[in-house]
Design a protein around this ligand. Structure first.
Ligand SMILES: [Zn+2]
Length: 489
């Protein structure tokens, strides 16, 4: 975590175009509609019958009050915005009746204490259980604090904490309303997938920031594993309108560390795509960028450039051979116990409370107070995992800051078209692979205190535990009708 235009006019146009399309179809009846679709196909628009109903929605989440910016372990008071922050949603309804909703957002980190409120409301209001809702956040470091995410990063300030809670509560309502909007907008669509590439993500464990520019200037290859794939999913209406582009990338949105709200490189990429495709909503998911940084960095010009490079990777996919996704949907979800190496003791916390590191000291004092009040700590963390299958496309969703090894492993196991999302549902902590855990350092070592966990490290079995559970979830969505987390079909 800590590491070294308003589209309204476009959307009005899209809505008008869609309404006009619907009036035309309603007036001519099903048979004529099929003929019309065939005629559009002949004219180069949408050629085939739609097999999905998809709803697209978006809402602004830029704070209107001075909520501090999130991440980097420092207090940052906002001074304005470069562009708005957004929460967006895609609701999918397959021909077989299965439904699922993906929320994407420009948030830095969504804590379980917030997403649980959204999930509970969506279950009550729409019958959407956890298997059917994935709540992704880009991990954008130019966005506001939320709830108790990274609570010990910031100086204790009751007025600010009240402001953060008020903003968080408003965002819960926004996300619930956003999903209602997406469900209400469900309409026939063709879903396609493909992939492009963007190469600005750098393995930050193997390439110290200060050395990257020199290495590049000397023509030396950068080191370490990366995942430069840009997975792309498109939603196209029967009239040919490209209504949504979902895309992903494995990299920290940490180009900027200023006090101005913006979406960092994913925000600039979304803005660029929405400009070049009027009427389209662009949605971003961070794949497994836990150990990847945009380097070099620290300027708005670089941030815009990375956004443009990522948008170019999306365009490459759009111009290539996109594969149509059959209208079948299966979803499953599980909370697993991710074991700590060792739960902290009161003695550990007393030592931490006197540490020169302000984050560790705040953590030590806070957790010690819990122990002294009679509390206790569980030996493991409840960690969320999703598997969705849209047609033949597998989408894996994982909580927290998953390192790139997970994406590479799962794509080896289940094919290069597999989407492997980190940063869903809960900003649990870094989730290292076995390799990264053995190497130690920031993403693999004794840093769980930064996330408020009652331990310094995960157990060394972390990758085995996660990968074993993911394999079982993938099996569950491999066959059979859509099934909810409660086992209902
Ligand atoms: Zn991070």
């Amino acid at each position: 975590m800590r590491t070294t235009t308003a589209p309204g006019a476009d959307h009005s146009r899209r809505e008008s175009a869609r309404r006009a399309g619907w009036c035309r179809l309603a007036a001519t009846g099903a048979l004529l509609a099929a003929s019309a679709a065939a005629a559009l196909g002949a004219a180069g628009a949408e050629p085939a019958a739609s097999t999905w109903r998809v709803g697209v929605a978006r809402r602004v989440i830029t704070p209107t009050e001075p909520v501090w910016l999130a991440g980097y372990g420092t207090k940052r008071v906002p001074d304005g915005k470069l562009h708005d922050l957004w929460a967006k949603a895609l609701a999918f309804e397959a021909a077989d009746g299965g439904r699922a909703v993906l929320i994407t957002s420009d948030f830095q980190g969504v804590p379980a204490s917030m997403s649980d409120r959204v999930f509970a409301r969506l279950a009550a209001d729409h019958g959407l259980d956890r298997a059917r809702v994935m709540f992704a956040y880009s991990h954008n470091h130019s966005s506001p604090r939320l709830g108790d995410d990274l609570l010990d990063y910031y100086p204790v300030d009751p007025a600010q904490e009240a402001l953060v809670e008020r903003y968080t509560a408003a965002c819960v309502e926004t996300c619930v309303g956003l999903v209602a909007d997406a469900l209400a907008a469900l309409a026939p669509a063709t879903v396609r997938v493909g992939a492009g590439r963007a190469t600005f993500a750098v393995n930050r464990r193997d390439n110290p920031e200060a050395e990257v520019a020199g290495r590049v200037a000397r023509g030396e290859p950068l080191r370490g594993v990366t995942d430069h794939t840009v997975p792309v999913l498109t939603v196209t209406r029967p009239d040919g309108q490209l209504d949504a582009i979902l895309f992903g990338y494995a990299c920290h949105p940490t180009t900027l560390a200023s006090t101005t709200f913006c979406g960092d490189y994913p925000g600039f990429a979304q803005v660029a795509l929405e400009r070049s495709h009027p009427g389209t909503t662009a949605l971003f998911v961070n794949t497994c960028g836990g150990d990847q940084n945009p380097l070099p960095r620290r300027s708005v010009a670089l941030c815009e450039r990375y956004g443009a490079l990522l948008a170019a990777g999306v365009e490459e996919a759009l111009q290539g051979a996109l594969e149509t996704v059959p209208g079948r949907l299966r979803t499953t979800f599980r909370m697993i116990d991710l074991a700590y190496e060792r739960v902290v003791t009161a003695a550990d916390l007393r030592t931490a409370a006197d540490d020169a590191n302000a984050i560790k000291a705040r953590w030590g004092r806070r957790l010690l107070a819990k122990l002294e009040a009679g509390g206790s700590f569980a030996p493991a963390y409840p960690y969320p995992l999703h598997a969705w299958r849209l047609g033949d496309t597998l989408v894996i969703g994982m909580g927290g800051e998953t390192v790139v090894d997970y994406a590479l492993r799962f794509k080896r196991q289940w094919g290069p078209g597999t989407w492997v999302l980190g940063y869903t549902d809960d900003m649990a902590a870094y989730v290292p692979s076995r390799r990264v855990w053995e190497e130690g350092g920031y993403e693999g070592g004794a840093f769980l205190y930064e996330y408020g966990r009652p331990a310094f490290r995960w157990a060394g079995t972390v990758e085995d535990t996660v990968a074993g559970a993911v394999a079982e979830l993938v099996d569950e969505v491999a066959a059979g009708p859509a099934r909810g987390a409660d086992g209902t079909r």
